[in-house]
Design a protein. Structure first.
Length: 637
């Protein structure tokens, strides 16, 4: 049973640490062949209509591949707004360069970006910043009371008050605004900035974009970063001339400073670098092995493989088990007192070659040491620890789920031993009935998950149906986490699903009911991970779910052309591009979505996250691991 935590009147203070870069989720539009040939263009004719690039003539009907390839150019599809987004991206790249330059921006460079009538608010409202968090290490200041409202996108663009009482005019004004932004990164010579349009709307004489803006720098003694959202108004491109900025209005702004250059130091090389297995297997990367291992072995481009941490030899130091792709052995690294680790996979008899998606180091037989559970696509592997870190593999359980993704363990029935929940993704093609998740935002045609009850002696029995966990159980699940969210003494289960609604299974004496809808935590999104925590310290466990943030998805899904079969806005698909979700437990069986209010929705393409007290102040922070394929684009489809 989870102990009730002391209540506190302090508001949640959640900070997010991004571990890698951003990747866009591309969105597909409707079939252009089904659109009216008289549809209006987003480009007013007087300002230069969008020109469709003629495709080479060929004999016979186009193949599906050819039709799909045509859509790479948005001008050949219905998304004129994406053509506008591409044209502004080039201008934003120039603006990024001006922000990063330690040489003062020059008026000549700024002039090509803006119209003669350009106006802007102050982009760094330094006198209106409130300190919302401060300790010996971090200081966070935020613009909490905007002096003007930017207004809804697509109506009047930046507020009319911005145009009537602007802070900056013309190219000299833009230069002044950028210099003030650089002042928000004091002392650093290594400035890095990023600008990306995530919403776009058209009107008769101009179009508007919302732009996410971030910049950071490091100096000898500290690191600084500012995060902002701008509402920009643009002219339409005309006769090969790119769009020009008419106005910028500030919507959100915050500054974060850290009183030292780095918070974390990458210790991977120090810890693992002396091992040949690390140098020869890990460092080359999955791209290296894709061309050297047969696909029949289960090697995968996506690298959906987990790891587990536990003390396997009883010396009080945590050890590391790393799952890997098919054809590559899993690795066990035993920690040494000096912080290095020694690879002992073969001698520990856990260097399995099967593609392993998840692993746990847990005590399955209650003898005080950490046993090993690992799941491959077809098998659940159970290995008993002799107490010294040497394992004996028991008979594998085959076909537990069709396509396993992750594991979660808890004593669901209160009998004193750990039971295992296995998440499955897609099922057997001949049993699914459909070739993929349908509908995309609410699929229930994936592979089934399974609850395995521990009967002792490394014997497990599938009790999924008997316990009620077969309800809503084929939703392309990625991750699950146990927690007593209602403080009634038993373990409940939250399941994050990739294509639509998630599950919250409430445990009532060993029987489960899916109460996600009534609790308000279905979270129709691309669920990748789930973490329980109590960041507000009120004694009730809250939920943080890792999803996907997509600037392209946010732009496209809100266009008027993006509708469902009935012609209504596809609101569920709009939600799938928003990002991560934070649900605060009300203590009444229901939750509130505080993702935006807590500032933790934009976690980029998030895969996993954990609550952790990073600065030892007694309050739980958030760590989010994110990113996607980062291979070079060769242009080869």
């Amino acid at each position: 049973m989870v102990a009730r935590r002391a209540a506190s009147n302090r508001a949640p203070s959640i900070r997010i640490l991004l571990l890698s870069g951003t990747v866009l989720l591309s969105a597909c539009g409707a079939d252009p062949d089904r659109q009216s040939s008289t549809r209006p263009s987003a480009f007013p004719p007087s300002l230069g209509a969008a020109q469709t690039v003629p495709m080479p003539l060929r004999q016979g009907p186009r193949s599906p591949t050819e039709r799909l390839a045509e859509k790479v150019d948005p001008k050949n599809d219905i998304w004129d707004t994406e053509s506008l987004a591409e044209s502004t991206a080039l201008q934003l790249e120039i603006l990024r360069g001006l922000i990063e330059s330690r040489e003062s921006p020059v008026i000549e460079h700024a002039s090509g970006l803006i119209a003669d009538s350009f106006v802007s608010q102050t982009l760094r409202p330094v006198e209106e910043l409130d300190t919302v968090f401060a300790d010996d290490l971090w200081v966070v200041r935020r613009w909490t009371e905007p002096s003007t409202s930017a207004g809804p996108i697509g109506s009047a663009g930046p507020a009319e008050s911005t145009a009537s009482t602007p802070d900056h005019l013309g190219a000299p004004g833009l230069v002044d605004a950028l210099r003030q932004l650089q002042d928000g990164l004091p002392g650093g010579s290594d400035i890095r900035a990023a600008l990306k349009a995530y919403q776009i709307e058209t009107s008769d004489s101009f179009f508007s974009t919302r732009v996410l803006v971030q910049a950071s720098s490091r100096s000898a003694g500290n690191s600084s970063q500012w995060n902002a959202s701008w509402l920009c108004r643009w002219t339409y491109p005309d006769d090969g001339k790119p769009p020009q900025l008419l106005a910028i209005a500030l919507e959100r702004y915050e500054e974060v400073s850290v009183r030292q250059r780095t918070i974390f130091t990458d210790a991977t090389e120090y810890t693992l670098g002396r091992n040949a297995a690390y140098r020869q297997q890990v460092l080359p990367g999955i791209g290296h092995w894709l061309g050297r291992i047969s696909r029949l072995s289960g090697v995968s481009l996506f690298g959906h493989h987990g790891l587990a941490i536990g003390d396997v030899n009883g010396d009080g130091l945590e050890d590391l088990y790393v799952a890997d792709a098919g054809g590559l052995p899993n690795r066990l690294y035993v920690q040494n007192p000096d912080g290095t680790a020694t690879e002992v996979s073969a001698s520990a008899r856990v260097d399995w070659l099967e593609s392993t998606s998840s692993a746990l180091l847990i005590d399955l037989d209650n003898d005080g040491d950490q046993d090993l559970v690992a799941v491959t696509r077809r098998m659940l592997l159970l290995a008993e620890n002799d107490g010294s870190g040497r394992f004996t593999l028991h008979k594998p359980m085959r076909n537990v789920v069709a396509s396993a993704t992750s594991l979660a363990a808890a004593d669901y029935d209160g009998d004193g031993d750990l039971d295992i929940y296995v998440c499955g993704y897609d099922g057997e093609a001949e049993h699914q009935g459909l070739p993929g998740p349908v509908p995309y935002h609410d699929a229930n045609n994936g592979g089934a998950n399974a609850l395995l009850e521990n009967r002792g002696g490394f014997e497990f029995v599938d009790v999924t149906t008997r316990t009620g966990l077969d309800a809503n159980n084929t939703r392309y699940s990625f991750a699950a986490a146990w927690e007593d969210y209602d403080n009634d003494g038993d373990m409940d289960l939250y399941v994050a699903n990739d294509f639509g609604r998630n599950n919250l299974y409430r445990n009532s004496g060993g029987h489960f009911d899916d109460v996600a809808a009534e609790a308000g935590v279905e979270d129709v999104a691309s669920g990748m991970s789930v973490a329980w925590g109590d960041p507000d310290r009120n004694g009730w466990m809250d939920i943080y779910i890792g999803n996907m943030y997509s600037a392209a998805g946010n732009r496209v899904a809100y266009q008027r052309a993006f509708v469902d079969a009935t012609g209504n806005a596809a609101s569920d698909l709009q939600r799938m591009a928003r990002g991560n979700t934070f649900f605060a437990n009300e203590g009444t069986g229901s939750f509130r979505d505080l993702s935006e209010a807590a500032g933790v929705a934009m976690g980029r393409w998030a895969w996993s996250s954990r609550f952790a007290d990073l600065n030892n102040d007694g309050w739980q922070d958030l760590v989010v691991a994110n990113g996607y394929l980062s291979n070079d684009d060769t242009g080869d489809l």
